[in-house]
Design a protein around this ligand. Structure first.
Ligand code: SAM
Length: 240
């Protein structure tokens, strides 16, 4: 990693209250693996070092705002893609047991190779659709947290994530700016699937200043058996 990119990583961390100095080596390796992987396949649109550091690494770590992921526990990353936010979270929070999930096998193959190369024993990637896991007794109600970045609208996320959470578990949904309409629809959908929106944290991405929002949904009741609906339906026909 260039000195400029390292400085941006540390500055981004500082703005989030994180000391990333002990993790520079791991992020340097992750950057190299990501660039290598991106050259071979269409893993991520971001190629530039500065963009990867700020828009993947620091952006993923913003999920730690508010302390919702501070307890140890099982955390499913819904729609992890090339491993975001799961891999940065696994580096900085070794006490979390992360399960990055994606429907695309190629992406999970990359996350698996990368976690092994980084020696991240707290990462267990899984190729699956969230709808399938949500109906599988081995996964339904088994997670303390679900984290997700840039995957679907809030109503779809509520339907996909809440079935996977144990009672009292929490969905941490990281998004760009969120409209009042999406938030209202998300609140209604959350109630329908057994959850309540606990917090909406609007903030600026460190260094770049782009708008981001963390929406926190707590599982407060049992999810009705009929949710999640079958593959593709939660996103295509959101509940509200
Ligand atoms: N979270 C990553 C990030 O922030 O870089 C990837 C975001 S990418 C825009 C969305 C990813 O979610 C895709 O890799 C897609 O395969 C996955 N995805 C979408 N719906 C899904 C579902 N229902 N179950 C599992 N994965 C899903």
């Amino acid at each position: 990693m260039t000195p400029e990119a390292t400085a941006l990583l540390l500055q981004g961390g500082e703005e989030l209250g994180l000391d990333l100095v002990p993790h520079v080596e791991a992020f340097t390796r992750l950057l190299a693996l990501l660039q290598e992987g991106a050259a071979q396949t269409n893993l991520t649109a971001l190629r530039d070092e500065r963009d990867i550091v700020l828009k993947h690494f620091v952006d993923s770590l913003t999920c730690l705002r508010g302390g919702w992921l501070d307890r140890d526990g099982r955390v499913l990353d819904l729609g992890t893609g090339a491993g975001f936010p799961a891999l940065p979270l696994a580096i900085v929070r070794p006490e979390l047991r992360l399960v990055p999930v994606d429907a695309t096998a190629k992406k999970i193959a990359f996350v698996t190779r990368t976690a092994a190369a980084l020696g991240l024993e707290n990462v267990t990637p899984l190729t699956a659709r969230a709808e399938t896991l949500g109906r599988d007794p081995e996964h339904r109600g088994r997670y303390d947290r679900v984290v997700t970045r840039a995957v679907a609208s809030l109503p779809a996320l509520a339907e996909l994530a809440l079935p996977l959470l144990r009672a009292g578990g929490v969905l941490v949904a990281q998004k760009g700016p969120i409209s009042a309409e999406e938030l209202d629809a998300g609140r209604l959908a959350a109630t329908e699937v057994g959850g309540e929106v606990r917090a909406v944290d609007a903030f600026a991405l460190p260094v770049l200043g782009e708008a981001r929002t963390l929406v926190i949904v707590e599982k407060t009741a049992t999810t009705p058996e009929r949710y999640p609906r079958r593959e593709g339906v939660p996103a295509r026909k959101p509940l509200f």
